[in-house]
Every structure is written in structure tokens, then in C-alpha cells.
Ligand binder design. Structure first.
Ligand SMILES: [Zn+2]
Length: 236
């Protein structure tokens, strides 16, 4: 019942996704007109989807023993499918349960190399926009809700604000969470492109942990993120 209610409340977002798809088709016809007029085409944005952690670095462990890296990957893959469906260019940092380090003998050195490789990938795309997927955890199990962090520039702040508002409206009604600057998060401190890191929820809260593992909830989450990113890219 809960899932049905959630999906019903997300109806406007699904309608938005369909609208965005239609607009992207209209965008293609506008592009054809631009070519015939020899006008320069706008450079396409590439959405880089980062499934946090992976391989030896499992990230946090949920209250039922599931690794954060696994949930991150499931959500990232769904988001990639949805943004692809909406017509956006995407790149994934990882598509399997692996780390992306290139050097290092110790776990700490591998972790440092892994983060540097993620930064390098984002900064190698001139028109990149990063969405990094993570899950939160806290010793006190009562805390819940998605928390969005933004990188250094003003575009990141605007993106995070839109994402936080949409996640509160559709998935965490009543939440007072506000987007925060990603201080002390290596990836977000070192990218030269706009980006937001989404802690989708708390793996330490039993109810939210169950939702975050649920494919229907993951789909709803990705629908909200994809619709917000699409809306944001259309306005920038
Ligand atoms: Zn994490």
C-alpha cells in the first residue's frame, strides 16, 4: 500500500519525465533547424554518474548488513537508464562492484588513488555535470531523509537546492534538510565541474534502509533525481 501511495504521489514526476522526453524530441528538431542555418550547436552536457565506493571499499554497512557500495550501484544504474531514456549523454564511474584505483599497495593508498581517478574522469569532460550517489549512516537510528551536498561553484549550489527541494517534496515530506556545501569530501572539493552528491537516505534507520533496498523506491528516487537534473539542464 505504501508503495502504491508513493507511486501515486510521484505521478506528476512521471508526467514531467514524459514531458522532458517530448521536449528532448522537440530539441532534436530545433537542432536540425540550427544545422540548416549554419548556426553553432550548443555543446551538450554530459552527466557523470558516480556510484560511491566499490570493490574493497564497501562504504557504510546497513543495519541488515548490506554494503552501501551495492545500493549506490543499483541506484546509479537505474539513474543512468532513466537519463539515457530522456536523451542525455551519460558516463558512469563504475558499472560493477569495483574500485577505480590505478595504484597503491595499502587500502588507504588505493582509496586515495580511487578518488583521484574519479576527479580525473569528471575534469576530463569539458561539459560534465556530476551526480554522485551515496548513502548516509549515523549511530542514532532515528535519523532519516536524503541530504544533498554541492561542490564549490554557484551552479552546483543551484543544482543541489533543486535536488534537495524535489527529494523533500516527493520522498521525504516534512523534512527540514537543506543542501550543504561538501566540505571535506575529496571528490567534491577537487572537481572543476558542477556537481551534487546525494546521500539518498540513512542505512542506520531500519525503515529507510528497507526502502533504499526496494527496487520500487529506487525507481521513484531516480525518477525524482532524473526529472530535476533534466529541468536544471534545460534552464542552464
Ligand atoms: Zn558513501
Amino acid at each position: 500500500m505504501k508503495t502504491k501511495r508513493l507511486l501515486r504521489s510521484l505521478l506528476p514526476v512521471y508526467v514531467f519525465c514524459l514531458g522532458a522526453l517530448l521536449l528532448s524530441a522537440l530539441g532534436s528538431s530545433r537542432a536540425v533547424t540550427a544545422i540548416t542555418q549554419n548556426a553553432p550547436l550548443p555543446q551538450r552536457r554530459c552527466v557523470i554518474i558516480d556510484a560511491g565506493h566499490g570493490g574493497e571499499d564497501g562504504g557504510a554497512t546497513s543495519c541488515t548488513g548490506v554494503l552501501e557500495s551495492q545500493i549506490n550501484l543499483e541506484i546509479a544504474l537505474r539513474l543512468n537508464d532513466l537519463l539515457g531514456l530522456l536523451g542525455y549523454d551519460t558516463r558512469m564511474v563504475r558499472t560493477t562492484d569495483t574500485s577505480v584505483y590505478t595504484q597503491g599497495a595499502t587500502i588507504a593508498a588505493k582509496k586515495a588513488s580511487d578518488l583521484k581517478e574519479r576527479v580525473k574522469l569528471v575534469n576530463s569532460e569539458p561539459n560534465a555535470l556530476l551526480i554522485s550517489i551515496h548513502q548516509n549512516t549515523f549511530p542514532d537510528s532515528r535519523y532519516s531523509g536524503a541530504q544533498v551536498f554541492f561542490a564549490r561553484d554557484t551552479e552546483s549550489r543551484a543544482l543541489a537546492k533543486a535536488l534537495q527541494a524535489a527529494l523533500v517534496e516527493y520522498l521525504n515530506p516534512g523534512s527540514q534538510r537543506q543542501p550543504k556545501r561538501a566540505t571535506g569530501i575529496y571528490l567534491m572539493e577537487h572537481i572543476d565541474r558542477p556537481g551534487a552528491l546525494i546521500e539518498c537516505g540513512f542505512l542506520s534507520n531500519p525503515e529507510e534502509e528497507a526502502r533504499l533496498r526496494d527496487p520500487d523506491y529506487q525507481r521513484a528516487l531516480c525518477c525524482v533525481i532524473a526529472a530535476t537534473v533534466s529541468n536544471f539542464l534545460d534552464q542552464t
